[in-house]
Ligand binder design. Structure first.
Ligand SMILES: [Fe+2]
Length: 215
């Protein structure tokens, strides 16, 4: 089984509701995310690309090797698929009674140390991510990534470009396309990003991702 498909959500569509409404989630996951998968598979139909690149990560890391006539579509639809797979996987349902302390305790000590070394504190990292997300012009993403030297960096990408094709590994993904927040927050991107970072990140998943990248 390959992973050229949408992930199954690890929560219900209405379980992020303190931050992201059911309506936004329905549209984002069931319509848009599904569409990236469908369009990618349509683009690859009749080719041997999926045999050549057994995983979606593999495919996105090797865009340069693809035939010119499909490269742009794979970049966009494959990017949409893999970016949203990571984005939805690294969120967790929010229970108002859960205290921030209980949530952040799930960060592995190794990752927390690295964040503190680079940014000073978790709070400062979140502030930097917000600042970066506000600089995305048009549609795009803000990421916390790990590079090959094991260093943390914040980057922005446009449209559906993402860290894989830059040979970076994602730890935090913030979808700043308007479809991700406009229904719920209007033009207030800042409030959406702050709440997402504060209330929805699955630090256990992020820490496991970090461990898998360094091992
Ligand atoms: Fe999105």
């Amino acid at each position: 089984m390959n992973n050229y498909q949408r992930i199954k959500l690890p929560y219900e569509l209405n379980e992020l509701e303190w931050v992201i409404s059911f309506k936004t989630m329905y549209y984002h996951y069931n319509i848009l995310h599904k569409n990236y998968e469908v369009k990618l598979l349509e683009t690859l139909r009749g080719t041997e690309i999926m045999e050549q690149f057994p995983t979606l990560e593999n495919l996105m890391e090797n865009l340069a090797q693809l035939p010119e006539e499909i490269k742009d579509d794979v970049r966009f639809f494959g990017g949409g698929l893999i970016n949203h797979n990571f984005f939805f996987a690294h969120l967790t349902k929010f229970k108002p009674e859960q205290k921030e302390r209980e949530r952040t305790e799930k960060i592995s000590p190794d990752l927390l140390n690295l964040i503190q070394e680079k940014f000073g504190s978790l709070e400062k990292l979140k502030k930097e991510l917000v600042k970066s997300a506000l600089k995305v012009r048009g549609s795009g993403w803000t990421w916390l990534v790990l590079n090959k030297k094991g260093e943390l960096k914040i980057i922005n990408t446009t449209n559906q470009d993402g860290p894989w094709s830059l040979h970076l590994r994602p730890l935090i993904a913030i979808d700043v396309w308007e479809h991700a927040y406009y229904l719920d927050y209007g033009a207030n991107r800042k409030e959406y990003v702050e709440k997402l970072l504060e209330l929805l990140l699955n630090w256990e998943y992020i820490s496991q991702s970090y461990q898998s990248y360094i091992s």
